[in-house]
Unconditional design. Sequence first.
Lengths: 192, 192
Amino acid sequence: MNADASTKRPGGRSGRVRAAVHDAAVALVAERGADRVTLPAVARRAGVNSSTLYRRWGSVAALLADVAGHRDDAGAPPLAGDLRTDLECRAAWTLTELSRPGGIAFFRAEVAPGIDERHAGLRECLDRVSARFRPALDAARERGETPPSLERVLDRIVAPLYFRVVFSLPGTDDGYVRALVAELLDGPGGDG
Amino acid sequence: MNADASTKRPGGRSGRVRAAVHDAAVALVAERGADRVTLPAVARRAGVNSSTLYRRWGSVAALLADVAGHRDDAGAPPLAGDLRTDLECRAAWTLTELSRPGGIAFFRAEVAPGIDERHAGLRECLDRVSARFRPALDAARERGETPPSLERVLDRIVAPLYFRVVFSLPGTDDGYVRALVAELLDGPGGDG
DNA sequence: GCTTTAACGCAGAGATCTCTGCGTTAGTGC
DNA sequence: GCACTAACGCAGAGATCTCTGCGTTAAAGC
């Protein structure tokens, strides 16, 4: 149940093993669903002994949570300097990440109870998604604007995106993203 | 993988077994999480042979989906005749159902891929949650009002509720529900 | 009440997972 | 290079799951 897996000896073999395991986990989740994934299956796919997985991660849920936590947000789009554009860009990016094969599965895994007493994963996942939007809001505030609160962005943009991806609702695309942002910005206005 | 389980012989023993199994599944999911639930465990709790569960449901996911599908929406609050009140009432009711022990777990199970080719469960779950709000909107329309569209209700009320319950965000209570409804109704107005 | 048969219980084989001890490999620091 | 040791691979025991044949029970229809 130690999902750190990167503290003591991050380089060389350990790193290769972790990368192989992560890749295998992503592939298996994508092709058979998170329910049908087991640690021995991931180990076989990764060319690694299953005892390693039991020792380093302990459970499928912990492994998937670790994978989700390390999915690099490296592709963060740069700030354009315009709140509407920035929000649209980040929302579209969130939608893309979420729509990737297994994207929702990893979201579920990280959010699932039973890991770290039910709250660490939640907190981390929420922090990461929040971190995507906070810079855009901060930048707007520094320009003297009064952007909507982060909580409002979560309610009005992120939540609908997650909901619609989970339910595979059609029409959840960039145009819909722009509509969400427009409705938020052009509505009664960000009062908080 | 037949999640109907109620077509041929619904009365008597079969019905008792199904009820016992459903109760056991709910209890186990609530106390140890959906991940740690297995068919033999449910069978033991229900006082039923596990072969019955394998034959009738085939997998934990299918069983949980069946349970979710049969969670009676019998406690539907009556329509008050006022759109705001009706939406608040139904949103609060949705929040209550979702906050029940294992509520989110059953939502996840029903939404999980791998059952019925990935879409029947989704469709049914979405239909059920939609059915909660549609009567209120229809009633308002019959009174000559122009209520928001169902899609908008999903985006603005249901999605945030699910999102916040999943992430255990504090302050997700009746007051928050009223705020969501107020922001929807008192905003730029229901144009669709 | 009798027949039919769907659904259940029992038992067990086989596969798979879960976990641990022990020796080996290879990254880290000197 | 060399010592140290974290991390890995191997092997296997034990538990658990998964599934199937077969006989039994009891609901459904007459």
